[in-house]
Design a protein around this ligand. Structure first.
Ligand code: 5RP
Length: 234
C-alpha cells in the first residue's frame, strides 16, 4: 500500500471510532471513505455496532450493503447524528472543496443534515487557500450546460466539462443523471460569496464549496493522525 493509502486508512480508522451504537450515520463517497465504510461494517459484524447509514452515492450504497450496514433514507431519518466524508481540499477554517468523485450534491444534502460533520483526508488535501490547483466541481442540468459555462466564465472561472472515465457517454454523468463542470477559479478570495454566486446560476444543481459545515477533520500523516476541531479554529 502506498504512503497516501496508508495515510487515508489511518485517518479513516481513527474517525470511525466516533460512531456509536444507535446513531444514524451519513456515509460519504470516495477512496478515503471506502476505509471508513469497511471499518464500520467490520464493527457491525464483529462488535455488534448498531447503526443505520445514509449513503451519498450508489457506490457507497452498494459497499455499505455488501459489508452489512443497514441503510435508511432522509425521509425516514431527516436528522443525521454524524456524517463522515472525504474532501478534495481543506482550508484552515475547515471550509472544503468536494466533488471530484462526482457525488457532491447528495454529499451536501446528507452532510448538511448531520448534527456533526467529520472530514477524513490525507495530508495532501490541506491547503492554505481553497482553489489552488483545485477546480470546483459543479453539478449541472444537462440542457443548461452552455449557459452555465458562460456564467461561470463571467464570474472569473475557467470551466471544463468532466469527461467520462469508463462509459461510452460523451460526458461524465452523476448518480442524478446530470453533468459536472470542473471550474478553475485559482486562489479563491471569498469562498462564502462564490458558493452563493454559483448557487444562483439557473441550471446549477449544486457546487462543491462546503462552507461553515465541518466540525472535525482527521488528517492522515506519515506516522500519525492529526485531529483538527472547529471549536479550536476561528
Ligand atoms: C466525492 C467527494 C470525495 O469525498 C472527494 O472527491 C475525496 O475523494 P477521495 O477520498 O477519493 O480523494 O467529494 O464527490
Amino acid at each position: 500500500m502506498s504512503w497516501k493509502e496508508e495515510e487515508k486508512k489511518r485517518a479513516a480508522l481513527e474517525s470511525a471510532k466516533l460512531v456509536k451504537t444507535g446513531q444514524v450515520v451519513g456515509l460519504g463517497t470516495g477512496s478515503t471513505i471506502y476505509y471508513v465504510v469497511e471499518e464500520l461494517g467490520r464493527r457491525v459484524r464483529e462488535e455488534g455496532l448498531k447503526i443505520i447509514g445514509i449513503p451519498t452515492s450508489n457506490q457507497t450504497e452498494a459497499q455499505a450493503k455488501g459489508c452489512g450496514i443497514a441503510l435508511t433514507t432522509l425521509d425516514e431519518h431527516p436528522q443525521i447524528d454524524i456524517a463522515i466524508d472525504g474532501a478534495d481540499q481543506v482550508d484552515p477554517n475547515l471550509n472544503l472543496i468536494k466533488g471530484m468523485g462526482g457525488a457532491l450534491t447528495r454529499e451536501k444534502i446528507v452532510d448538511s443534515a448531520a448534527k456533526y460533520f467529520v472530514i477524513v483526508v490525507d495530508e495532501s488535501k490541506m491547503s492554505n487557500k481553497l482553489g489552488i490547483n483545485q477546480p470546483i466541481p459543479i453539478e449541472v442540468i444537462p440542457m443548461a450546460l452552455t449557459p452555465v459555462m458562460n456564467k461561470i466564465k463571467s464570474l472569473g472561472g475557467n470551466p471544463i466539462v468532466r469527461q467520462p472515465t469508463k462509459t461510452n457517454s460523451k460526458y461524465f454523468v452523476t448518480d442524478n443523471g446530470n453533468f459536472v463542470i470542473d471550474a478553475d477559479f485559482g486562489e479563491i478570495k471569498n469562498p462564502e460569496k462564490l458558493e452563493i454566486d454559483l448557487k444562483m446560476i439557473p441550471g446549477v444543481v449544486e457546487n462543491g464549496l462546503f462552507i461553515n459545515m465541518t466540525h472535525k477533520v482527521y488528517v492522515g500523516e506519515k506516522t500519525s493522525v492529526k485531529v483538527i476541531d472547529k471549536e479550536t479554529k476561528s
